[in-house]
Design a binder for this molecule. Structure first.
Ligand SMILES: *Cc1c(COP(=O)(O)O)cnc(C)c1O
Length: 403
């Protein structure tokens, strides 16, 4: 049995905050990131989900006769909640077998003249096949929204992800790379659409002193505890409690409220993000180099498949997403690793159809490949705090589980 690690590792490689990030400064977070990524102006919102809600509200006003939004069947439950809150109808698209992309034939079948938008998703920092979604979108006249919540900094064909589709969004939530505890960024190539997204936000997003105070305190807590000495308190104890109660959905934080808060992001949090953003390019390079080494090591274990990027693209590496040959073997590995502090976890527990609490807003659909991905995958943190010795301990468990 693997002993509990002395200090807790985070499940994803967030950029740690420094104390001097917390000083006041110019609140130029969106401008700094647009310059770094080489994108048109970015629009800051209070979460990635809020970005999606603003995007859907904007597009629904442009095409009021279209109501259906097509999403991959294995994605963040918040995506389903945003579609519901926008007053639209969700349709799931199954995945390619053993892959994060939507299956092209299933996508074709899921889309028609009712389709408002298709949401290809850069899951786990991997670069999604946006071109396939664009091809289907063009035939039915739908929009494409790139969900790049987990992929800030990822590039395809030499440009930031999020620009090939009509709209894209990034998340700045805790644990997703650069964080201001909760935040998100919208991007769009077309200046007219950018104007419309801003108009929508002005219309539906209120100021809230109360929410901004709360997020500011949460950001201070994140700055204090997002380190190996603090993560047991901030993350590990809750994880182990949920697993003991047999509640994996709570363990990975898949249990979201069904209403998305909307409010404007204050100057101080924007300044904190702008300070930290200066370290982001070097941090992402460091993570990419570490990921490449560890993928090579993992692929040396028979039966392990590590999800990687397509040609001419360079994703980001908050964690490595692995597929084991069977659910039984995946569960055997997790039984050793999940609660031991090694940053090994699961991405989402279920395909979207299988969350009991989403039953009212997600249609019941057969999505065997999404279920298969949920059943056979696990994630390994790509945090720089995870040492080569930790990685060897993890590989040893994986080798035993797949033997
Ligand atoms: C986290 C996440 C979101 C939502 O982003 P928040 O900033 O947490 O609201 C959307 N899509 C995916 C794939 C995500 O992982």
């Amino acid at each position: 049995m693997l002993p509990r690690r002395r200090q807790e590792l985070p499940p994803t490689a967030g950029l740690p905050l420094h104390w001097h990030d917390l000083r006041p400064g110019t609140p130029a977070l969106a401008a700094a990131l647009a310059a770094q990524l080489g994108t048109p102006p970015l629009q800051l919102a209070c979460s990635g989900t809020a970005c999606l809600l603003i995007a859907l509200t904007t597009l629904a006003a442009l095409r009021p006769q279209r109501r259906v939004v097509v999403v991959p069947a294995f994605t963040c439950p918040l995506v389903a909640i945003a579609v519901h809150q926008a007053g639209l109808e969700l349709r799931l698209c199954d995945l390619r077998r053993g892959h994060y992309d939507m299956d092209p034939a299933a996508l074709h079948a899921a889309c028609d003249e009712q389709t408002l938008a298709i949401i290809p998703t850069h899951l786990a920092g991997r670069v999604a096949d946006v071109d396939a979604a664009l091809a289907v979108a063009h035939t039915v006249g739908a929009y494409v929204i790139e969900d790049a919540a987990q992929a800030l900094g990822a590039r395809q064909h030499g440009a930031s992800v999020g620009l090939a589709g009509d709209i894209g969004f990034f998340s700045l939530a805790a644990g997703k790379g650069l964080s201001i505890y909760e935040g998100g960024l919208l991007l769009a190539r077309d200046p007219v659409l950018r104007e419309r997204l801003q108009d929508t936000a002005r219309r539906i997003v209120p100021r809230s002193m109360h929410m901004e105070c709360r997020r500011s305190i949460e950001l201070l807590g994140y700055a204090a505890l997002y380190r190996p000495a603090g993560l047991r308190l901030a993350y590990g104890n809750r994880l182990r409690r949920a697993l003991q109660h047999g509640d994996p959905v709570a363990a990975v934080g898949d249990d979201f409220p069904l209403t998305i808060p909307l409010h404007r992001v204050g100057c101080w949090r924007r300044a904190v993000g702008a300070h930290a953003a200066r370290r982001l390019p070097a941090f992402l390079d460091q993570l990419a180099a570490q990921a490449q080494r560890r993928i090579t090591r993992l692929r040396g274990i028979a039966g392990i498949d590590v999800l990687d990027d397509p040609a001419d693209s360079r994703g980001v590496w908050p964690f490595l997403l692995l597929l084991l040959p069977s659910q039984r073997q995946r569960d055997a590995a997790l039984a050793q690793l999940w609660s031991r502090g090694y940053g090994v976890s699961r991405l989402f527990i279920h395909a979207l159809t299988d969350y009991a609490y989403l039953a009212g807003i997600v249609p019941a659909q057969g999505v065997p490949n999404a279920r298969d991905l949920a059943a056979r995958s696990l994630s390994i943190s790509n945090s720089p705090w995870l040492t080569d010795a930790d990685m060897e301990a993890i590989c040893c468990v994986l080798a035993t589980a797949t033997r």
